[in-house]
Design a binder for this molecule. Structure first.
Ligand code: VGL
Ligand code: ZN
Length: 181
């Protein structure tokens, strides 16, 4: 029997229009994610949760500083049925792109403890934290799916989304849409 778990990656204000490191389509995926939430019994949402000073900010504009307004979940995200919030990128020397790098909870252990076999990933950003999370889920032995209609890219360079999707697909990760769930 398969048991499904959903990982919602970094749906935070700073990654949405008006934020410090916005994905252009950040707002548009929220209604899709809210529909997905209704279909899962096990849900983890990650948060990028950086200290004020970190090597990560040598590569990126300052974003998602822990406790700041920009680090809050998007206000339209339905947080009611989220079981666990996984905080990542919490150190001074790591990027913490993957939800599996969370420091307040062992995501891999939590999923296994709940007998989850199939991990579904959505959120922001397609070519960084979504990809890193899906790759780690796959490596940890979960059957892994990414919802292409519930992810958004920050797109440093044009073509990065396509490249990220291809890398995930080549790895054996299934690319699906909400309706094919
Ligand atoms: C992310 C860049 C920097 C992400 C986080 O959530 O994909 N991207 N920090
Ligand atoms: Zn970050």
């Amino acid at each position: 029997m398969s048991v499904k778990g959903l990982i919602i990656v970094d749906v935070q204000k700073d990654f949405c229009p008006g934020g410090a490191l916005p994905a252009a389509e950040g707002n548009d995926i929220i209604p899709v994610i809210n529909k997905l939430i209704k279909k899962f019994d096990f849900i983890v949402a990650s948060k990028d949760w950086h200290p004020a000073e970190t090597v990560h900010f040598e590569k990126w504009p300052v974003h998602c500083v822990r406790g700041s307004n920009g680090a809050k979940f998007h206000k339209q995200l339905n947080v009611e049925n989220i079981n666990e919030v996984a905080l990542k990128g919490t150190g001074n020397t790591d990027d913490g792109y993957s939800a599996f790098e969370a420091t307040n909870i062992d995501v891999n252990y939590w999923l296994k403890k709940n007998n989850i076999t199939d991990v579904y990933v959505c959120g922001i950003a397609t070519e960084y934290c979504v990809k890193a999370t899906a790759m780690d889920a796959h490596k940890a032995g979960f059957k892994t799916y990414v919802f292409t209609d519930a992810i958004a890219a920050v797109e440093a360079k044009p073509g990065d989304t396509e490249k990220a999707l291809e890398e995930m697909s080549d790895e054996g990760i299934q690319l699906i849409t909400r309706k094919s769930l």
